[in-house]
Design a protein. Structure first.
Length: 329
């Protein structure tokens, strides 16, 4: 790519991966991705080598597959790359850790052009710059598939703190949330109802809920802040508030009672992919800026892990299930 003129670059971008091959595709892709500050050996060898000052590594992984997780008529490949970073970064933040690096594997149809792959890479880079500045890409893999398939492994640093798990909630804790409540699901509902491409374009340009669904901006910096403030439990809200609060309640052996004075609807209770942070704090602790109290933790209840105004929300449990009847939710 060095020394190529703009017309030559444009022609190269139009080549399919089946024509360009893996080597040329990686040569175009890697310069677009930031390097990880803690990497002593980055992309280009059989493995990366990472310096771990804390002595511990937080690790998580997530996949995005064209069809069940995103649709090309809704999302640009830049959107997809950004969202892949956002969903993974939120998982590390939910442990109270700081993201240090990403391993990214992409499988694409052979007809995909080099330019399309670069668009996806720019989305990765934009997500990293916006959500986890200082982190970078350690390596990954490139392969072929009938549809776009993205797998991201993300690493984090606890900076000397204990990990904040979903099992630490205790009776009397304040249940708090940072991030949106149901905004992504509202955007998804609008996308599903759009009658044509023009309507989809207008929604992408004008509606905040659609923008949030396609390019969520989780409160990633607040994860370590919550840990430092004494959070007893925390998790990423990716599959819907009630479903994820149920997981936290069961892991902790408690009941979560949502505040009936707040405004709740189906989206805010059951809608997924907001990637906010659900956390518990000891009573009397000043909540970190960005968190709002949404309920209290009660003693254990085997039949009703999450309640609202005395109603057992598990009886109408919703949320994202990759094996359920969903499309790109």
């Amino acid at each position: 790519m060095v020394g190529m003129s703009p017309p030559e670059i444009e022609r190269d971008d139009q080549r399919s991966l089946g024509v360009a091959g893996e080597g040329a595709a990686l040569a175009a892709l890697l310069p677009l991705l930031p390097s990880a500050g803690l990497a002593t050996l980055g992309p280009g060898d059989d493995s990366a080598v990472l310096s771990v000052p804390d002595g511990r590594v937080v690790i998580s992984c997530d996949m995005m597959i064209e069809g069940p997780d995103f649709r090309r008529d809704w999302s640009s490949l830049g959107d997809v790359g950004f969202k892949a970073i956002a969903s993974n970064a939120a998982d590390i933040a939910a442990m109270g850790a700081v993201v240090t690096g990403y391993e990214i594997a992409v499988a694409a149809p052979p007809a995909t052009t080099v330019g399309e792959l670069k668009e996806l890479a720019r989305g990765f880079a934009e997500g990293i710059a916006a959500l986890t500045p200082g982190a970078g890409v350690l390596g990954g893999d490139l392969s072929r598939s009938p549809v776009f398939t993205i797998a991201v492994t993300v690493l984090g640093n606890l900076q000397g703190l204990a990990p904040v798990t979903r099992a630490g909630a205790r009776p009397g804790n304040v249940l708090a949330l940072a991030g949106e409540r149901g905004l992504s699901h509202r955007g998804l509902t609008l996308l599903r109802a759009a009658p044509d491409a023009a309507a989809l374009h207008a929604l992408r340009e004008e509606d905040a809920s659609v923008v949030h669904h396609l390019r969520p901006v989780p409160p990633v910096p607040l994860g370590p802040v919550a840990a430092q403030a004494g959070a007893t439990a925390m998790m990423d809200v990716s599959d819907g508030l009630v479903l994820d609060a149920t997981r936290m309640a069961r892991a902790s052996g408690v009941q979560m009672e949502l505040d009936s004075a707040l405004e709740w609807d189906e989206s805010s209770l059951f809608g997924g992919e907001d990637h906010g942070l659900l956390a518990c704090f000891p009573a009397g602790v000043d909540l970190p800026a960005g968190f709002i109290a949404i309920g209290v933790v009660q003693g254990p209840s085997a039949k009703a892990p999450v309640v609202l105004a005395g109603y057992d929300l598990q009886s109408s449990l919703g949320g994202w299930d990759p094996f359920g009847d969903h499309v790109a939710e």
